[in-house]
Design a protein around this ligand. Structure first.
Ligand code: GLU
Length: 483
């Protein structure tokens, strides 16, 4: 067992917790737990303009719901501005970074000239100090940025935990801006210390937080050489770097990148649609990782199994039908009282919270036990259970087919017997049905569907005596009265 494993998830608070981020959070969490290490939540909130109201709360709530407990955090980058500034100054002093006074207009002119010469656009390092080079006098009306002095030659290599060996030539990489002055009007630490860019803050944080393994989306592969170079510039050539693992994107069921425009992409949306957290965890885990042929598993098994091996190199496709199948399995396994609590919330949302018995969680749990085998979401379970509290409207076709003149006398007898029964319960209801059949020479396959249609609004349900026993007696009598 590796004792010092430290992983993190570093979402930007620009919206809800995206499914892709939830998946890498899950891998990071499971890896830390597997090794008895720590998992850190860091909020990368330096892009103030893209930040959305309530995003951090949503992220924290989604993590809590999924059960991805963190040992440290949330740590906010905006509270660490003095630290980034300090490191930037040390890098400048050591010659690993430098100030650049180029204005946006100058940069644009630079790129324009490069394009005209048919070159790939890049920063031409005009402010980068070099032996024998004379730098221009800094203009007094421009606030400089700080740029990283990226090694001009050589190749950055790393053995990616997911994709295997990757190498990118330094010639492909610019001298990246690592620190910018705060926008006009800023105050406090931002005004005093400036705002770091992503690739810089991430390195300072991963270093300070002693992160050993980074799992993230593969859109960050191109950032990794910068991060490795910056890391080495700060901590020395021989520094122990985090190991990076880049997971492929998740494709939608149409084969295109999963996106908001084409369906739900937030963890919260699935919570609201009646998916259990253990189902999301199970399904997200399998989208990019496997453990033999195991498709259905829980948190503990995942932690036990997840050692970072068997991560997929190619993109997985989001499959709503498979997610529903996974959820159906976990609903079947779930504790009835827990399901009852969720159904209760859904009934309240539907305005059915004050029906007689709707607040009786013990009774709802009995109902959950009876119907849960037929449901792939908690919403479906609530649909079943809501028939106890909401008026049902049998279809005209069902009424004609099942509530026939042949069965009506038996229905009346049954109603009378149910009204007189001393104790309302499954056994007595079953007995009353048998007696009603005998009295009128009808068969169960005639009576049961008629009762179902009238009381439940549908011709198919689990065993009818068990179903009726879930209803308040008065509800059953009044629905049978309509026959
Ligand atoms: N804030 C980055 C993101 O949300 C984090 C990337 C990383 O894990 O380094 O994509």
């Amino acid at each position: 067992m590796t004792k010092n494993v430290r992983t993190r998830i570093a979402p930007s608070p620009t919206g809800f917790l995206h499914l892709g981020t939830a998946r890498t959070a899950l891998y990071s969490w499971a890896f830390a737990r597997h090794h008895g290490g720590q998992f850190v939540l860091r909020i990368e909130d330096t892009d103030v303009e893209r930040e959305t109201e309530g995003a951090v709360e949503q992220i924290v709530e989604s993590m809590r719901w999924l059960g991805l407990d963190y040992d440290e955090g949330p740590i906010y980058q905006m509270q660490r501005l003095a630290r980034y500034h300090e490191v930037a100054e040390q890098m400048i002093a050591a010659g690993a970074a430098y100030r650049c006074w180029c204005t946006p207009a100058e940069l644009e002119a630079m790129r324009e000239a490069q394009r005209a010469r048919g070159e790939k656009t890049h920063y031409d390092r005009r402010w980068r100090p070099a032996p024998g080079k004379t730098l221009p006098a800094p203009p007094s009306d421009v606030q400089p940025v700080v740029r990283f002095a990226n090694p001009a030659t050589g190749t950055v290599r790393w053995n990616d935990l997911v994709k295997g060996p990757i190498s990118i030539s330094n010639e492909e990489i610019d001298d990246l801006i690592i620190l910018r002055p705060a926008p006009a009007g800023a105050s406090g630490d931002a005004a005093a210390f400036g705002i770091p860019t992503y690739n810089f803050a991430v390195v300072v944080d991963d270093m300070d937080m002693r992160i050993t393994h980074v799992y993230r989306g593969d859109e960050h592969i191109n950032n990794t050489p910068w991060q490795i170079n910056i890391f080495r510039a700060i901590a020395g050539e021989g520094a122990l770097l985090p190991q990076y693992g880049h997971c492929p994107i998740i494709l939608g069921d149409d084969g295109l990148k999963l996106s908001k425009r084409r369906g739900a992409v937030s963890v919260t949306a699935y919570k609201e649609a009646g998916y259990l957290p253990e189902s999301m965890l199970n399904y997200l885990a399998r989208l990019g990782w496997s453990h033999g042929d195991d498709e259905l598993f829980g948190r503990e098994q995942m932690v036990q199994w997840f050692d970072g091996s068997h991560l997929a190199k190619s993109p997985a496709q989001w499959d709503p039908a498979k997610l529903a199948w996974v959820n159906a399995h976990h609903i079947k396994q779930a504790d009835d009282a827990r399901l009852a609590g969720m159904v209760r919330e859904e009934l309240i949302r539907r305005g059915l919270g004050d029906g007689p018995g709707a607040d009786d969680v013990g009774q709802l749990a009995l109902a959950a036990a009876l119907f849960k085998d037929r449901c792939s979401t908690v919403i479906e379970l609530a649909d079943w259970i809501s028939m106890i509290f909401a008026k049902v409207e049998p279809s005209a076709a069902d009424l004609t087919t099942f509530v026939t003149d042949a069965v009506r006398p038996a229905l009346r007898t049954l109603r009378d017997k149910l009204a007189e029964m001393p104790v309302w319960g499954k056994a007595g209801i079953g007995q009353a049905m048998k007696e009603s059949l005998a009295a009128h020479q009808v068969k169960m396959p005639q009576l049961a569907p008629a009762v179902r249609v009238l009381v439940c609004g549908r011709a198919q349900t689990p065993s009818i005596d068990a179903v009726l026993s879930l209803f308040p007696r008065e509800t059953v009598l009044s629905r049978l009265r309509s026959a």
